[in-house]
Design a protein. Structure first.
Length: 737
């Protein structure tokens, strides 16, 4: 999501002051963030906003883009300054906004940062200090550069950004920009690495130099670019490739990462680096990647190879060119090598030589005709992946060939064409890929007992990159959090009864109350881990108690006890304004915000609102017997789903017009979650109740046999997490997906 930041003009100085997060853009028509290695770093988007939010966008606006790295790295934010914008007022008083923005470091091109005949003497650290001296940025070397003092000079008048990039290219370094919140100020540090990428990020996979394997079944090449002005180490023109992912794709790849890249249509088999990425932050699958040996030059020639396969049909095709043992290998159309069809590439034979006696089935095939992923198995060492211990099995040469769990069940059979990779490189690829994607294998539910909970946990939510779990309504409720849904830690021991939690605007909020009915607590955090309680009551200071939702740049709290508390609206979680939403909080079961709408479900049926405050509809559920005090709702895959009384299923494409499935009910009231194309439903109405659906209409019974009761449901970090309880234990259950 994109966070809009702005402030006020100090009339005495003309400077912008009190810059804060103002609103969040929850939906976009289009959005592209582009980053090149030592090059372009921009953000552009188009969105339809209401007048209030659109008013925040002007020439002073900056945009904050929280990164998925927030979970593992304190500098996980990106800041962009506005470069160009247009606004168009629509007939419904909304505003269509088109924005082009540049990374905040582009301000080093401002006139105030121009210098003449720049010179710096000393180490790499001294150079970057001198380049950034007097600016609002700090600099640091991020690796081993020579300590010998060196003098660098740039004659003429240049911007500091021009000097920074020229210097980085001169010493062979690569720049990375990192921002974090310090107090109320965002601090950006410019770090120069000998080679940037995931290996420089604490908490990311750091296995040798190779980050992941990119086989042709996961990627489509859009174009190939050759730069004859820049030569590789062998004196050949450097080549790069513009690609887009197909299907399963490791979205944690970063600019600078090294990958083992192969593509059958073009005959590419090489270790290449990610030199540029264009991504949609709202849908990371919408990604274009550029790979190369080194950074692409400005001057380049481009030749499209999209018609390669049609112009060269028949080459290396699915085993068509297999030959018996004892045959002289013909001219291979692509890679020039042939392999034993069962040996995984160990017994490859060059073109022109005779195939020896195959050890297994006596046939040899063009090495590009094999599926890049095949099966085999063996054993040693142990590693921890997603909280569980797995053991890689190795062949006689040290290559991983399978991974098994603690019960020796094979979880992943592995055999990639090695293309000359050493065991160390090959194993790094295997483990980093498995760790990035998780052990998605048997689709079986796993249970983990959690100690230290006060009462059985009843609520689990995934909020801004973290899971949160707590027993709702229990005095002295303990709140636990987890990034992966498996390893949990306590972050809040509330002195009250926790009612609900939500997040937005880089803020986490947990609503609670004490045994004194007129004392309320809003626990707030800016990092999701350290919470500070804001104590209030029904009047002064007013802190509401009830169900929470975040949307449209504001927090909404629907009071669960209207006799004592009013509903509330807040822009920072600490200061609240009383409002009357008209929603009966005592009858409210759940409230969500998604697809531009607030949706409330409960004893008053299904209601919707655009602003969450004063435009709530009446019940729009066509079945008047659907209402339930345990109703639940979720949005995903373009569908709103709500489950009410006796498991009745209501669905809607827009949140306004609803229909109820008259042919099928789920087994009672329960909990819904959506993730990665799948809805799940859990229910405490019986033991082991778990159902899944891809469309909200057709449901599959996935009930387990643990003799436990499931409550809650949330999706994040590649898995569904829900809660379980029995007469002997409480804890979490998870399902990889």
């Amino acid at each position: 999501m994109i966070v809009i930041r702005n402030g006020e003009i100090d009339l005495s100085t003309g400077e912008l002051v009190n810059v804060t997060d103002k609103a969040v853009i929850n939906k976009v028509i289009s959005c592209v963030k582009r980053e090149e290695l030592n090059g372009e770093y921009t953000l552009s988007f188009e969105s339809v906003l209401d007048e209030k939010i659109a008013a925040y966008i002007d020439k002073y606006t900056t945009f904050r883009l929280p990164s998925p790295l927030n979970n593992v790295y304190e500098f996980g934010n990106e800041l962009f300054q506005i470069a160009k914008y247009t606004k168009k007022v629509n007939s419904d008083k909304t505003v269509t906004v088109e924005v082009e923005a540049e990374h905040i470091t582009y301000s080093l091109n401002d006139e105030e940062y121009y210098v003449t005949d720049f010179t710096s003497s000393g180490s790499t650290g001294q150079h970057i200090y001198d380049i950034l001296s007097g600016t609002k940025f700090d600099g640091s070397p991020g690796g081993n550069f020579p300590d010998d003092p060196v003098t660098i000079s740039f004659p003429g008048t240049k911007s500091r950004r021009d000097i920074l990039y020229s210097w980085a290219e001169a010493i062979g370094g690569e720049l990375q920009f990192m921002s974090r919140l310090e107090g109320i100020t965002w601090r950006t540090i410019i770090v120069i690495f000998p080679q940037r990428g995931s290996a420089n990020i604490p908490g990311m996979v750091n296995l040798d130099e190779v980050r992941a394997a990119i086989p042709d079944k996961n990627i489509r090449i859009l174009s190939e670019s050759s730069d004859v002005t820049k030569l590789d180490e062998n004196g050949n023109p450097t080549t790069s490739y513009s690609c887009e992912p197909i299907g399963d794709f490791d979205t944690s790849l970063m600019v600078g990462d090294t990958v083992l890249f192969w593509n059958r249509p073009s005959g590419i088999q090489n270790k290449l680096r990610v030199t540029a990425m264009s991504t949609n932050p709202y849908n990371p699958i919408e990604t274009k990647l550029e790979f190369g040996v080194i950074r692409r030059g400005v001057e380049e020639t481009i030749r499209n190879i999209e018609d390669y396969e049609s112009n060269n049909s028949g080459g290396g095709s699915g085993g068509i060119d297999d030959v018996p043992t004892g045959t002289t290998i013909p001219q291979a159309r692509l890679p020039g090598r042939w392999v034993d069809s069962e040996s995984g590439g160990i017994d490859d034979v060059p073109v022109g030589e005779t195939t020896p006696q195959s050890r297994l089935n006596g046939r040899w095939v063009d090495s590009e005709s094999l599926d890049p992923v095949r099966s085999i198995s063996l054993s040693t060492l142990s590693v921890s992946i997603n909280g569980d211990v797995y053991t890689p099995n190795y062949d006689d040469e040290g290559y991983i060939i399978s991974v098994v769990d603690a019960d020796n069940n094979i979880m992943n059979n592995i055999s990639l064409n090695k293309f000359g990779a050493t065991p160390q490189e090959y194993n790094a690829i295997i483990l980093s890929t498995i760790m990035a994607r998780g052990m998605v294998d048997t689709n079986e539910v796993k249970l983990i007992t959690i100690s230290g909970q006060v009462g059985a946990p009843t609520t689990v939510k995934f909020l801004s990159g973290r899971f949160y779990m707590f027993p709702s309504g229990v005095f002295n409720s303990v709140v636990n959090t987890s990034i992966d849904g498996i390893n949990w830690s306590q972050v809040l021991d509330s002195s009250g009864r926790v009612v609900d939690a939500t997040s937005g605007l880089n803020l986490w909020a947990v609503s609670a109350y004490t045994n004194n009915p007129d004392t309320s607590i809003m626990n707030l955090s800016i990092n999701g881990v350290e919470f500070n309680p804001i104590i209030g009551n029904a009047n002064s200071p007013f802190i509401p108690v009830g169900k929470l939702a975040y949307g449209g740049g504001q927090l909404i709290c629907i009071s669960s006890n209207r006799d004592v508390y009013s509903d509330g609206i807040s822009y920072d979680g600490a200061t609240w304004e009383k409002v009357n939403t008209g929603i009966d909080g005592g009858a409210l079961a759940n409230i969500i915000f998604d697809n531009g709408l607030f949706i409330a479900v409960g004893l008053n049926g299904i209601q919707y609102s655009y602003n969450g405050v004063d435009d709530w509809s009446q019940n729009v559920c066509p079945d008047q017997d659907w209402e339930s005090s345990s109703a639940t709702a979720v949005y995903g895959n373009g569908i709103f789903i709500a489950v009410g009384k006796n498991g009745k299923i209501a669905t809607s494409n827009d949140g306004i017009t609803w229909s109820v499935n008259t042919n099928y009910n789920l087994p009672g009231e329960g909990y819904l979650a959506y993730g990665n194309g799948l809805f799940i439903f859990t229910s405490p109405s019986g033991y082991d109740i778990l159902y899944t659906s891809t469309n909200g209409v057709d449901w599959v019974n996935k009930s387990t046999a643990f003799n436990v009761v499931y409550r809650g449901a949330a999706y994040g970090s590649g898995k569904f997490v829900f809660l379980f309880s029995s007469s002997t234990r409480n804890g979490i259950a998870y399902l990889n997906h």
